[in-house]
Design a protein around this ligand. Structure first.
Ligand code: ADP
Length: 151
């Protein structure tokens, strides 16, 4: 018997969870993509956050649902506005890496009040987008924690 409390054991378990084990596929668009096409992509891919990349597949921005809604409020032609005009841009993007602890990324989602964080890999060209962690990822892990205990 280890003498650890239930909470200590739970903490120990959660601190073993890494980004690489739970990340999902990132949905990316290029900077020149129109706001109209980005909205279509968001529906087709069924995601709430799109990552914007340059021609090296390196991260330059993020598009949330509200970013696209805001851009749709005016009378502009959405097919004529490129997403790089409206996106949240680097270096103001919160990113994570595959070896990061999932709990640290979850904390960032709360602290920054955002829905998703890109998983990136450092390259000479910039930050290559290789995955994503979202609030859904964290919800799934939370449920899995209980389900795994019941088998
Ligand atoms: P929504 O705006 O649809 O509620 P979010 O809460 O995710 O979705 O986004 C809030 C704002 O933060 C948006 O302007 C979005 O571009 C920006 N944002 C989203 N994800 C990130 C991130 N990983 N790093 C920096 N800014 C982000």
């Amino acid at each position: 018997y280890t003498g650890k409390t239930g909470n200590e054991l739970l903490t120990e378990t959660i601190k073993k969870y890494k980004v690489q084990d739970y990340q999902s596929r990132p949905i990316v668009v290029e900077e020149s993509t129109s706001v109209y096409d980005a909205i279509s992509t968001m529906f087709l891919e069924d995601v709430g956050t799109l990552f914007v990349v340059d021609h090296h597949s390196c991260l330059t921005g993020v598009l949330s649902r509200k970013d696209l809604l805001r851009a749709s409020l005016g009378k502009q032609d959405l097919a004529a506005i490129p997403v790089h005009i409206i996106m949240t841009r680097m270096p103001n993007i919160t990113v994570c890496r595959r070896s990061d602890l999932l709990i640290e990324v979850a904390k960032q989602l709360i602290d920054k009040q955002i829905d998703g964080i890109p998983v990136v890999k450092d390259t000479t060209q910039g930050l290559e987008v290789t995955g994503r962690i979202t609030k859904t990822t964290i919800t799934k892990v939370f449920v899995e924690l209980v389900m795994d205990d019941q088998v």
